[in-house]
Ligand binder design. Structure first.
Ligand SMILES: NC(=O)c1ccc[n+]([C@@H]2O[C@H](COP(=O)([O-])OP(=O)(O)OC[C@H]3O[C@@H](n4cnc5c(N)ncnc54)[C@H](O)[C@@H]3O)[C@@H](O)[C@H]2O)c1
Length: 355
């Protein structure tokens, strides 16, 4: 049966990747993307979306009126956001709150009116900073590792799971996302929406417009590609901080499954990421980038931590794997090669944004 899908933030990195993957797999689906093009580089996706037959709506989720005229939708994938963890900290948080929280509520109201299913891209950043920083760790030659023995629930060598404690500050970005999660649960309960929430770790892949505060994997490769400079910031300046990473093709397999089996995951919250196997420290990321680009660039050491930074984040995918059978498959080497290929093919266009 054909479906009509709305992807908010659908010109962005994740949204456009999901839209194009859905259209390629299900050519009969009608796919609408709504995006205000706030993120630099999202405009590059418009011709790609249009030539795939995807409907682009230049609109803003902060404006209820911008949803008028969108036809009846079977499923909304809410992928719009101001996605930087530093957002709102050095300036006013108005845009952040109005988009990531009030805008999400506009999306929920639109979903309620349409009886659409609702899939939300949340973030690992809903987990509080001090608690993450209190995870017992070991320092190895190239990275920090989560220690085998831990002192509280929700954390193991496999990573953070959904029972990780929620008390504490988490960044304004993380707070807007967690507050949205709470509203989603209320709309499910009281307005009968079918919902699923995915708390994603670092997402990456081609067409991510990496910048200093968001999209570190692409930023790192781009700096090597264009032979510029970088810094290991924080945790002594050794580049040992670790993140798992998930390729958007792996994410698509999950969202696709969820959209077509929503009754099986209705109301669920999942941690979703690359897991221990698909993780890198900055050090290790540098080695991958050197090997793939053939370039070695100066990397400065800045020992002091940056605001809202964390030492280590690894997703424990046990729950999502158990409930859906989904597992990430694309390994770090392949992720970086994929991004490199894209960078080479589109270097002239990307130079202005990524360099
Ligand atoms: N990229 C990651 O590592 C990551 C990790 C966890 C969660 N997420 C979440 O995934 C989603 C997608 O992130 P992304 O990496 O694609 O970011 P992105 O910045 O590439 O895409 C977000 C898109 O939303 C659009 N947008 C911003 N404000 C808007 C508004 N008010 N109205 C309409 N459109 C608006 C932007 O123009 C952009 O195209 C976000 O919800 C983000 O919080 C991303």
């Amino acid at each position: 049966m054909s479906k009509t899908i709305l992807i908010t933030g659908g010109a962005g990195f994740v949204g456009s990747s999901m839209a194009l993957s859905f259209k390629a797999k299900y050519p009969s689906y009608e796919i609408y993307v709504l995006d205000n093009l706030k993120r630099r580089g999202s405009e590059l996706n418009i011709p790609r979306l249009k030539s795939a037959g995807i409907h682009f709506i230049h609109g803003d989720i902060r404006n209820k009126e911008d949803f008028d005229g969108i036809p009846k939708i079977d499923c909304i994938l809410e992928a719009s956001a101001e996605p930087s963890v530093l957002s709102g900290i050095d300036s006013t948080p108005d845009y952040l709150i109005n988009t990531n929280l009030s805008g999400t509520i506009n999306c929920l109201n639109f979903a309620t009116k349409n009886k659409s299913d609702f899939i939300f891209l949340s973030t690992s950043r809903i987990y509080p900073i001090e608690r993450i920083e209190s995870i017992a760790f070991e320092e190895k030659e190239t990275r920090f590792e989560i220690a085998a023995k831990q002192n509280f629930a929700g954390i193991s060598e496999k990573g953070l799971c959904e029972t990780f404690p929620l008390e504490g500050y988490r960044s304004l970005y993380g707070t807007t996302k967690l507050a949205s999660e709470y509203f989603i649960q209320e709309y499910k309960q009281f307005f009968g929406l079918r919902t699923v929430i995915n708390r994603c770790g670092v997402l990456t892949g081609p067409w991510q417009m990496g910048k200093i505060d968001q999209g570190v994997v692409v930023l790192w490769l781009a700096k090597h590609f264009w032979k510029q400079q970088l810094s290991y910031i924080g945790y002594g300046g050794e580049g040992k901080q670790v993140r798992d990473m998930l390729h958007t093709d792996d994410l698509f397999r999950l969202i696709d499954w969820q959209m077509h089996h929503l009754e099986k995951v209705n109301g669920e919250i999942f941690n979703v990421g690359g897991g221990r196997e698909i993780s890198v420290s900055l050090n290790e990321l540098t080695s991958f980038c050197q090997q793939i680009t053939g370039n070695t660039i100066p990397i400065h050491k800045v020992p002091e931590n940056r605001t809202a930074d964390i030492r280590i984040y690894i997703t424990d995918n046990s729950k999502v794997t158990e409930r859906t059978g989904w597992k990430p498959e694309i390994m770090p080497q392949q992720i970086l090669e994929d991004i490199f290929k894209w960078m080479k093919e589109h270097a002239a266009q990307l130079e202005m944004i990524l360099k």
